[in-house]
Design a protein around this ligand. Sequence first.
Ligand SMILES: Nc1ncnc2c1ncn2[C@@H]1O[C@H](COP(=O)(O)OP(=O)(O)OP(=O)(O)O)[C@@H](O)[C@H]1O
Ligand SMILES: [Mg+2]
Length: 721
Amino acid sequence: MSILDGLNEEQRMAAETLDGPVLILAGAGSGKTRTITYRVAHMIKEKNISPYDILAVTFTNKAAKEMRERVESLVGEDSGKIQISTFHAFGVKLLRIYGKHVGYDSNFNIYDSDDQKRVIKSILKKLNMDNDGLKPSAILSKISKLKEEGIFPLEYEKMAIDYYSKKILSIYIEYQKALKENNAFDFSDILVYTNELLNNKEILEKLQNRYKYIMVDEYQDTNKTQYNIITKIAAKNKNLCVVGDEDQSIYGFRGADIRNILNFEKDYKDATVIKLEKNYRSTNIILSTANALIKNNETSRGKNLWTDREGGELISVYEAETAGEEAYHVSNEIKKIVDVVGGYKNIAILYRTNAQSRLFEESFIKAKIPYKIFGGVQFYQRKEIKDIISYLNVVNNTADNFSIRRIINVPSRGIGEKTIKRLEEYREDMNVPLFYAIKNVDNISTITPKARIALKKLYSIFEDLINLSKEETVTDLIDTLLERTKILDTFKLNNEDERVKNIYELRNGIQELEKENGYIGLGDYLENIALSANTDNMDESDDYVKLMTVHNSKGLEFPVIFMVGAEEELFPSLRENTEEELEEERRLCYVAVTRAKDRLYITYSRTRATFGNSSFMRVPSRFIGEMPEKNLNNEKVYMNSNGYKNDSTKVASELNAKIEKNKKKKKKFKGDYAVGDYVIHKKFGEGKVKGIDINRVDIYFPGHGDKKFPTKIASKFLSKS
Ligand SMILES: Nc1ncnc2c1ncn2[C@@H]1O[C@H](COP(=O)(O)OP(=O)(O)OP(=O)(O)O)[C@@H](O)[C@H]1O
Ligand SMILES: [Mg+2]
């Protein structure tokens, strides 16, 4: 009996080939993740390889947790010694140890997008650009993209020749400086600096000697920095096993580079390449549908995935009149099938954008269907929770000015704008963190006695918390924090019960965590929160319907999938219309379809409110038309015996005709704009018309995002390009 008995021949071969580079390139549901999980167990249990020698990188915390549990069930508690984590968690671990080499203290904080926005805003102010019409979120996504592609300020300087890029460059430089000054990393920087660490020969050698066997799941979605990190550490032993599926690369928009997996054989000439062709997940109906769909991608190399699960339920396609009716239909179907499919827990709703969740939520509440949404605004993003976390951030890292600024007057303690301005001036003059300016408030003569007392009180709270944090649990820390700041009293006074409840929930969560894991240091706790992701708390056994974006469903599987909102301009969502982007959307659809084990439902609506209240006529997604007709069971009103495709074309052309008619009608009073036209705006520069509504023109301006103008007055702002 071997652990590897649980694998088929090809999988087994991949799990047994331990020396040298191995590439497992295979389609969805073929057991890639299972293979590396078993491979790890086999190494430890049957090959006597020390668990400390192994580095396994997964795409999400959830995947890491699952892999660890799986390995544990196969080998026992040795699994705890293996480094199984996401790239980010691995990076943080290294930076805690070696951060000094890249200019960081080990107690660094991790900034989320809200923190990042605050940093950007303060820089815009500092550079006198806050009236330039630049959107912090647009700047941030540009900077992150540059980082993910490995382009740092020095390199960007050479590329930044136009007006807009030059502005971005100056913000980028200041931004990096600010993060370092506050001893904080943003998400991308965790990887960027981890990679930089590895330029230190001594450190690199240490890591190369330690991690003799490396495995990476979902390799098709690694970016350049992640690629570099792995390549460097693996360079000595070259025992690198990567698994992935080029047809599931869905993070190109965020800098993932599909070439990393496609060039593996070039990078490692002696690589063993293994293809897995048997799909264990889905019925033949679902699998053949996915195969047919992905064939439409030029870049797809074609797959011979097969399954012995012959036949299966046809894919149900449903056309709703409105988006609300779509949600209603889904609730109805769920009620019909829930008992047959083994409960709500076996059902997932996948959509293209988080915004679509609202209607489903409403309809599930009405229908009394238990559900949980993964993604959207997260618990830790709530104001009151962020406030508490900001206090803890300061306790953990007193250089963190942004966290201090956030809570300096929360709850209100009489510290006003003027006082803050004087503290900031002192901070700048003396070149110290804000924390020390507060400590030395007696030296700032311009601060009023009243404000001075308040600041001293705040400082003493911090002093006590910092002392406590060295020996007490995080729960104790929170209790003292609540008691000393009286933050709950303010909420209670204002009848903000929800906030009070949330803070208690936070506290209970910490207590649970401590019960499970014993003592947890403050730094570890904060890291845990910062790296937590949407799908972390998904428990397969809890009996509720799970709702999430297709992106978040990556690597997961469910007996029943509802793929909703299958409409042109939503899925595929065509932002800029390039062929490459369309192919990424198709890969996303392939991911959605292949999450389903037994049943797949596809729904779309003929109308959907997009801009504010107005309803837009919709066209069914081209992806439906690319699926084999014989696999689809149309519940469409327009269906007849000729099969789906004909109808799809008919419906589409009918809708298109309507849209054209509407467009023409609108053209009269909207000043002659048509979708696809280029226009010029004084402030935002050149933009492209994306959509026209009865009363709005929707225009995309590179660098500024989407802007909407009332049609009646649009011509005042815009001229034709
Ligand atoms: N040899 C096997 N015997 C039994 N079940 C298997 C085997 N290989 C895979 N499976 C099962 O098939 C399903 C899909 O496997 P897995 O999630 O590892 O596939 P994957 O290739 O990683 O999929 P994805 O591309 O979606 O990440 C799982 O439920 C897994 O347990
Ligand atoms: Mg997988």
